[in-house]
Design a protein. Sequence first.
Length: 345
Amino acid sequence: MKIGISCNRFGRGGGFERYALDLVRGLLAAGDPPAVFARRFDTDVPEFGAVDRHTVHVRWLPGRFRDAAFSWGMRNAHRHCDVLIGCNRIVGADIAVCGGTHRGFLRTAGRNPTSRDRAQISLESRHYEAARYVVAHSKLMAGELQSLYGLPESRIALLYPPVDPERFSPVDDVTRAALRKQFGFGDELIFLFPSSDHERKGLRPLAEALAGSGINGVIAVAGRAVHGSLPGVRELGYCKNMADLYRAADFTVLASSYEPFGLVAIESVLCGTPALLADNISCLEVLDDQVSRRFSRTEPASIRAALAAAADWAASGTARVAQPLRHIAYDPGLAAHLDGLRRLF
């Protein structure tokens, strides 16, 4: 059976770019090279030459028309595959993957939809309606698919997103000390903040809470540049080896307003580093309290209390995770995730 994967860009990145590439890696490891449909292919990824590539040419169009044009360009995709997994909004995928909904995002942001939002919602709705199954990456997403898009529970499959436990794993104290030196970390507490959308991920309330806490610590931002000055923030830029950055940090922290899952917290815990998370972040569904702490993102006092408790936890010498898989309530391995997908074919 030939499997097809549709994505906007085939290459290294976050979100669905990362997810699509992970699926490809898993299929290649299983001896099932897939067909990949994308707007753009990065030639520097090792998997580039191992897949059946199909470029959907939409880059010449204005941005607001590209999603719909891509979906139209996929109308004959089943000539090249037996089962199509949609990692972007397309009409005709057999399995649509939901890692976030536009209606859910707008509801959380308190925003009225613009004409562009309505076009995205229309395509997204048809993406879900046409699929045999929709994979939800969290219970929150499963709930939104039912309440905001009217999908029956029978067509929704809950499959948490995969992470490679061999790539993301703890290291010993000596190695970790060397990594901290490599990244320029000293005795201060390092609260790692991986983000390409700092406003949605809650950088400002975290920085303000840390500034008012008296803690000797910094928020280390890995990702997009921070525009403007925030107290206690250190910019690291984009990091190609996030696993080592997780290992070097003391905690990973997110205060997102809308977080359909929050895979960075799973990656962090797998590397031995606990996570401090706003209580609305969906990956808390699968993390126990021994490796995560939660706070209210809308209450500065709650954020300060969580940071103070983390400082005490680190000072006790027990804020490391020696056996991460014991604290994650699902198998994060890629093979297990692909097995779950195959059961839907």
